[in-house]
Write a protein of this length. Structure first.
Ligand SMILES: [Zn+2]
Length: 210
């Protein structure tokens, strides 16, 4: 559906199995508030269903035995073209295998399992930290996610060894990095304390693997 494609582009998503829904007034998004106390703020909310047909059970492998089994709802965090904190109220299709009784939920290429932050948002976090040299706090504010989430994404990137890797130049000692307040040294400092990384690897940056 062309409307879906337009919104997908606007929200920096790609999965064609996400089908957006409008409200009674024919509007595709609306404002609502999220958070408590000082953190209460205005968000731009989209609603959509994630569904597709499944021909084979992922567990037993039998064909034509998978039926729709209701929905489960979750709210995803997005990075779109808007400056608002953009959320996607997503209803995910549940499936049930009549042969083995297995139940499972629709998955999207735009989101990792059990994570509410979109893959593209994670890519932008890494770019902001390592190419734009923004601090964790600034990235968190810029993308409307918590500093803890930014840190978690950074830690995951260190371990994944897939799309990104760390490079070291060993020019600065960890002590100097701490005194000069280098934000890029924060995850390394923590890892060094746990004995995962050498203590002198302070001046580090991301680079894509060819
Ligand atoms: Zn099955």
């Amino acid at each position: 559906m062309s409307q879906d494609n337009c919104i997908l582009r606007e929200l920096n998503l790609k999965d064609k199995n996400i089908h957006f829904t409008d409200n009674e007034a024919g509007e595709w998004n609306y404002f609502d508030y999220r958070g408590r106390g000082d953190k209460r703020h205005k968000c731009l909310i989209y609603t959509a269903n994630l569904t597709y047909s499944v021909s084979r059970c992922s567990d037993c492998g039998f064909r034509d035995c998978v039926e729709h089994w209701g929905w489960t709802s979750t709210e995803m965090r997005l990075t779109g073209t808007s400056l608002w904190d953009v959320r996607l109220a997503l209803r995910k299709q549940r499936f049930h295998c009549k042969n083995c009784g297995n139940t499972f939920t629709a998955a999207s290429s735009d989101f990792e399992k059990n994570c509410q932050i979109s893959r593209n948002t994670k890519v932008i976090v890494k770019q902001n930290l390592n190419e734009d040299m923004m601090t964790e706090k600034t990235v968190a504010k810029h993308l409307h996610i918590s500093p803890n989430s930014v840190q978690r994404i950074e830690y995951d990137a260190i371990y994944e060894g897939g799309q990104y890797k760390y490079q070291y130049n060993f020019k600065t000692t960890i002590t100097e990095a701490i005194f000069h307040g280098m934000s890029s040294a924060q995850p390394m400092i923590s890892l060094a304390l746990f004995g995962v990384m050498p203590l002198q690897s302070s001046n580090l940056k991301y680079c894509p693997i060819d």
